[in-house]
Design a protein around this ligand. Structure first.
Ligand code: F0G
Length: 454
C-alpha cells in the first residue's frame, strides 16, 4: 500500500518510496470513485458487428467494444478535482474567471505571451498554418501527425519529416527516437532559406511510436532555428510524458521537477499547438500559444471566424476549468511514473512472449509490428487491418491500424505500401486497470501464435 503524497511532500514521493523499498509493482496512484460498466459480447455478436462496420473498427458502436485502445485522445478519466473544477465553470461570453484560470495554468508551464483557446489541437493547427503556410513554403517536423500534415498541405505548403534514422526503424533501440535530425534540418534551412516559416517539433513523436525528444535535441533545434531566424513551435500534446522520459533517461535531469523541465522546453520555443485531450486529461480542448504579437493578432482574427471569442475559443467555461486542473495533475511525478511504467508493462510482456513491437516502448501506446507478425500477407492485403479486426473478434479489443490502410492511398487514386504496418494499442489515461491490461496481453499473445498451434 502506498501512504500517498501528503501536502508539502515532494511530488512523486509515494511511488518513489515503493521503488526505494524494492517493490516492483507500480500501483495506480488513485482509487476508483465512479465506474462505467463494460459490456461483454459473444463471438457471434462481434462477428456481426465488425461485418456491419465494413471491417473498419472506426465504424463499430463503442458499446460493442470491451477494451477500447483506439486512441488516448479525449478518452482519459477525469479526476475528482477536475469534476469539482467543472462546477466553477463560468459561462460568461467574455472575460470569464474560467478563462483566466485556464490562461494562468497554461502560462505557468508555457510562458508564451499569447494564449489562444481552441476546441481541439487541429483547430490550432488550422489557424497557425493559415497564417504562416501557403504555396512555396516548407514546414519541417520530426514527424507530422496526420492532422498537422493535412493542415500544412491544405495551404499549399509542403510538410517534411526529419526524424533521426533510428526513429524510422521499429527494432532499433534508442532512448530518444523522436529526435530531430539536426544535420538534415540545417541543410533544409540553408537550401530553402526564406521558405521555411516555422519549424515544428512533436513531443512525443506520435506517428513514430510515441517516442520522446531529448532536451539536448530540443536545445540544439532551438539554437539552429534562432541562427536562421525561423520560429520553433512545439506540437506539445504529450509534453508531460516527453518530460518524464527526459527526467528518467537524460544525464543530469533526474533531480529536476518535471514542471521545470517543461518550462525550459517552452522557453526554447516561440510557440506551440496543443490538444488538451491528451496529457491534460480533458475530453475536449486545445490551444495555440505564441510570442509574436503581429502573428497572434492575425490568429485571433481567424479564431473569431470559426472558434469563438478569444477568451473561450471553441470551449465552454467548464472545459477551461477542467483543463486548468488537468494541467496541474499532468506533471505529477507519481502519475507519470505509473503512466510510463504501465505502458512499458504491456509492451514488455508482449516482447517477452515473442510478439514484435516497436522498441523501446513509447509513452502513450504500444505499437504491434503487423508486417513481422504476418509475413505471409502482402502489404496491400492490409496485415495491420487484419490484425486489428482479429483482436476485436478474439477479445473485443479495439486498436488502430497505422499502415497501408491509413497511408497507402495516393492522391492519384493508386495505392502504395506504407513504410511500416503497425497496429497501435493506445492507452487512455487512468482508465483501465492492470487486470484489463493483463487481459489485453493474453488476447494479443493468443492471436499472435501461428494458426497451427492454436
Ligand atoms: N498532434 C498530435 C501529435 C496528435 O497526436 C494529435 C491527435 C493532434 C496533433 C491533433 O489533436 O485530435 O485534438 O485535433 N491525435 C489523436 C490520436 C487523434 O489518436 O493520436 P486533436
Amino acid at each position: 500500500m502506498s501512504r500517498g503524497a501528503r501536502p508539502g511532500e515532494r511530488p512523486g514521493a509515494a511511488l518513489q518510496w515503493l521503488v526505494s523499498r524494492g517493490y516492483h509493482t507500480i500501483i495506480e496512484p488513485f482509487r476508483i470513485h465512479s465506474v462505467e460498466p463494460l459490456r461483454m459480447t459473444t463471438a457471434d455478436e462481434r462477428r456481426a458487428a465488425v461485418e456491419a462496420a465494413g471491417y473498419n473498427v472506426f465504424g463499430l458502436h463503442s458499446s460493442d467494444v470491451l477494451i477500447d485502445l483506439l486512441t488516448d485522445s479525449g478518452t482519459g478519466a477525469m479526476s475528482r478535482d477536475q469534476w469539482a473544477a467543472i462546477q466553477h465553470g463560468d459561462e460568461s461570453y467574455a472575460g470569464s474567471p474560467s478563462w483566466y484560470a485556464f490562461e494562468s495554468a497554461v502560462k505557468d508551464l508555457f510562458a508564451f505571451g499569447h494564449v489562444i483557446p481552441t476546441h481541439q489541437g487541429r483547430a490550432a493547427e488550422k489557424i497557425i498554418f493559415s497564417v504562416l503556410g501557403g504555396p512555396g513554403k516548407v514546414v519541417p517536423n520530426n514527424t507530422h501527425f496526420d492532422t498537422t500534415r493535412a493542415n500544412v498541405e491544405a495551404t499549399g505548403a509542403e510538410a517534411v519529416d526529419l526524424v533521426i534514422a533510428e526513429g524510422r526503424d521499429p527494432a532499433t533501440e534508442h532512448p530518444f527516437k523522436g529526435n530531430m535530425d539536426l544535420a538534415a534540418l540545417e541543410d533544409l534551412l540553408e537550401s530553402r532559406r526564406g521558405e521555411v516559416p516555422v519549424v515544428f517539433l512533436t513531443i512525443t513523436n506520435n506517428s513514430g511510436g510515441g517516442q520522446p525528444v531529448s532536451l539536448e535535441n530540443i536545445r540544439a533545434t532551438s539554437a539552429l532555428c534562432r541562427r536562421f531566424g525561423v520560429p520553433l513551435f512545439l506540437d506539445a500534446c504529450r509534453f508531460a510524458e516527453n518530460a518524464w522520459f527526459i527526467h528518467e533517461r537524460e544525464a543530469g535531469q533526474g533531480d529536476r521537477e518535471v514542471a521545470d523541465i517543461v518550462r525550459e522546453i517552452a522557453s526554447l520555443a516561440d510557440g506551440m499547438t496543443m490538444s488538451a485531450k491528451k496529457d491534460p486529461f480533458a475530453n475536449i480542448g486545445g490551444w495555440l500559444a505564441l510570442n509574436d504579437d503581429e502573428v497572434a493578432e492575425r490568429c485571433r482574427t481567424l479564431l473569431i471566424l470559426t472558434e469563438g471569442f478569444p477568451t473561450y475559443g471553441g470551449l465552454a467555461g467548464r472545459d477551461l476549468e477542467a483543463i486548468a486542473q488537468g494541467l496541474r495533475e499532468a506533471v505529477s511525478h507519481d502519475y507519470l511514473r505509473y503512466r510510463i511504467r504501465s505502458t512499458a508493462y504491456l509492451g514488455e510482456a508482449l516482447l517477452a512472449a515473442g510478439v514484435p513491437v516497436v522498441r523501446p516502448i513509447g509513452g502513450h501506446a504500444v505499437y504491434l509490428d503487423a508486417r513481422a507478425l504476418a509475413p505471409h500477407l502482402d502489404p496491400l492485403d492490409y496485415p495491420g487491418q487484419a490484425l486489428a479486426v482479429a483482436l476485436y473478434l478474439e477479445g473485443g479489443i479495439r486498436s488502430c491500424e497505422i499502415g497501408s490502410v491509413m497511408f497507402g492511398r495516393q492522391p492519384d487514386g493508386s495505392e502504395r505500401p506504407a513504410a511500416m504496418e503497425l497496429v497501435r494499442l493506445a492507452i487512455p489515461r487512468r482508465t483501465y486497470t492492470q487486470s484489463h491490461v493483463d487481459y489485453v496481453i493474453e488476447v494479443v499473445v493468443e492471436r499472435s501464435r501461428p494458426a497451427r498451434t492454436r
